[in-house]
Design a protein around this ligand. Sequence first.
Ligand code: PYC
Length: 316
Amino acid sequence: MKTVRVIDSHTAGEPTRVVVEGGPDLGSGDLATRREIFRRDFDHFRSGVVNEPRGSDVIVGALLSEPVDRSCAAGVIFFNNVGVIGMCGHGTIGVAVTLAHLGRIEPGIHRIETPVGAVSVELHDKHRVTVANVPSYRHAADVSLNVPGFPKTTGDIAWGGNWFFLVESPGIEISLPNIERLGGFARAVRAALEQQGIRGEDGATIDHIEVYEPLEAAGKGARNFVLCPGGAYDRSPCGTGTSAKLACLHARGELEPDEPWRQQSVIGTVFDASYAMGEHGRVLPRITGNAYVTAESTLIFDEADPLRFGMCGAGR
Ligand code: PYC
């Protein structure tokens, strides 16, 4: 009977499940190599940790791994209900709060290694964290898209640690009662991108769709609905999505370095954000949010259980 120790938290409503013990041996290569081994050989483990019946479509998993760079407090590989992901902003905030809960870090600045580069986190107290995310940039502006059933749509393509298509809402208010309609629009946008061959740099799949509207509040901000690759919507304002948004705002000349930006999720939770200028015109996003530990658990993988590797991994 295999057991896996996990700590659950939520960041602005979006859950993170950190695997702290019992994960697979991925060797001692860099985090990108380990992520590839995880993707290739341990997909059943990924599915078992986050998918039903133990988890749900919404949970993002974070596998703690020894960092290659010893100046980092931890290495981490993020994954979701359908596969591995490059970086995860809400997840990094959740990992920092989890490391603090375990007594592995104290308030202050720490580095965390991910497959897309090291990010730095500042733990302000046991709940509040600022993530200095990977350099982010707008790849293409005002891309036209035919989305069947909707007026002609244009949006920006940007990298914030994942690939995003950012598009203004076609008149659907971004609020919980409209979740189904927002999901329908975002799924139609994603299908249109696929069908029209619109991709990120080097042909990368654009797997996150960010639908936004202005936030009527003091200062500058937006409210968003983010469709994640596995079909769930982000309950948080999405850290990598906020980073992609900052890159677009900078490229449009609509937000200056260090100017505060407020990103609100569809459930009403908030990330406070700003950016500094990096190299080659890329922005260095800073995303601040709160996370709370919700459970410490031992997952049991009973060999007699046909669904021990989750509904997607059943029978493996
Ligand atoms: O916060 O970056 C994020 C994120 C990505 C997918 C879900 N949350």
